[in-house]
Design a protein around this ligand. Structure first.
Ligand code: NAG
Ligand code: NAG
Ligand code: NAG
Ligand code: NAG
Ligand code: NAG
Length: 341
């Protein structure tokens, strides 16, 4: 306790007279005092805009509070103070004309610039003149300007390489790449420099052709470059379809489905053949022909038939050259069976 008081008292050098005497005579008891805190709203400020240093849990019956520039409570660093008994505020040496002190402990800061980016300290004396202090810091940023892209060559042969560089006047910015207006999905052929400002694609593939943009941002703003169109001259050794992955997937699925269909049909035919009646018939449409197929039901000469058994269903008997036997009327459907060997 003694140590804590001593440390704090060292910071009270600027306060003179009654105030200093009072604080020297009093113990500071942090456990009985609600924690005073200050938030910067917003914590990241656009240059020339304002920020409110918002004080929370100010003691109900405080005597006076001060706002200082920095963390050392130097009299020259005092921006302003508010004295509750007088309901009056006074400015200090560090007042710039842009600050407004409120009776609730907050400080409003207008038209900030980069040099204002530092810590600010609120020092409050409660009813017993116990000193309480807390600091806050805000960041000041300029809105970023539009970046531009430089590219080694906008036309690249497939398997070649390309380097895109994002140029920005701004410092301390984050860089992100866009491809066809979407966030670029990095592949193992792409490398980014440490700060993301340079994108190298090696080797190039035809699917890398399209519009490239870079986006730079800081906590208060972002800007996107104009698009750069990259053309890729396809290499004939690198596939010939020129189809998108989706189309290829469709073809593969279609092929698989086709194979499955053929397999199902084959199975169906096979089932019919083996599981059918004693005559082992398969039904196949057949064009009339003068082929060597034996078309007569009575003809079961084995040497004329392959291992495959098939039958012929002929719907045009008149044009059919029928063998000698089993003749029927010309209009009748001829139904021929060739038995399996
Ligand atoms: C303090 O003074 C302001 C005007 O300067 C007045 O509006 C406010 O009500 C006063 N507050 C108290 C607590 O007297
Ligand atoms: C203090 O007063 C200011 C100005 O009226 C206001 O914007 C702010 O919200 C107040 N702070 C608290 C903690 O009420
Ligand atoms: C920032 O504001 C201070 C106070 O008004 C001024 O003295 C200083 O020149 C400004 N700095 C810049 C970079 O604008
Ligand atoms: C860009 O690459 C193409 C194809 O490789 C080539 O014909 C052209 O000369 C290159 N342009 C420049 C400026 O290097
Ligand atoms: C670089 O980009 C990656 C995502 O592509 C991001 O996670 C990382 O924060 C970026 N780094 C910088 C310095 O912008």
């Amino acid at each position: 306790m003694e140590l804590a008081s001593a440390r704090l008292l060292r910071g009270q050098i600027p306060w003179r007279g009654l105030l200093l005497t009072a604080s020297l005579l009093t113990y500071w008891s942090p456990l009985t005092t609600a924690q005073v805190t200050v938030d910067a709203v917003p914590p990241n400020v656009v240059e020339e805009k304002s920020v409110l240093l918002l004080a929370h849990n100010l003691p109900q019956e405080f005597q006076v509070f001060y706002w200082y520039k920095g963390t050392t409570l130097n009299p020259d660093s005092e921006i302003a103070r508010y004295i509750r008994s007088d309901n009056m505020s006074k400015t200090g040496p560090a007042y710039s004309g842009r600050e407004t002190i409120y009776s609730n402990g907050s400080l409003f800061f207008q038209n900030v610039n980069k040099t204002d980016e530092r810590a600010y300290t609120l020092s409050v004396f409660d009813q017993q003149f116990n000193p309480i202090q807390t600091s806050v810091q805000f960041r000041v940023y300029q809105p970023v300007t539009q970046p531009s892209i430089q590219i080694t060559n906008t036309t690249v042969k497939e398997l070649g390489s390309v380097t895109l560089t994002c140029f920005s006047k701004d410092t301390g910015v984050s860089v992100r790449w866009l491809f066809n207006s979407q966030s670029l999905q990095l592949t193992d052929r792409m490398t980014l420099s440490q700060d993301n400002s340079t994108l190298r694609i090696d080797p190039i593939k035809r699917e890398d052709a399209g519009d490239y943009q870079c986006e730079i941002s800081n906590p208060v703003s972002f800007r996107i470059s104009h698009p750069i169109k990259l053309d890729v001259i396809p290499d004939p050794t690198q596939g010939n379809s020129g189809l998108s992955e989706g189309a290829i997937a469709g073809i593969v699925i279609g092929s698989v489905a086709g194979v499955a269909l053929i397999a199902a049909l084959a199975y169906f035919l096979y089932s019919r053949k083996t599981g059918g009646g004693s005559d082992h018939r398969d039904l196949t449409e057949h064009k009339p022909s003068t082929s060597s197929h034996n078309l007569g039901p009575s003809d079961d000469s084995p040497n004329k038939v392959d291992d495959v058994s098939y039958s012929v269903l002929n719907f045009n008997a008149q044009q059919s050259k029928r063998p000698t036997s089993a003749s029927s009327s010309p209009t009748e459907t001829v139904y021929s069976v060739v038995k399996k060997k």
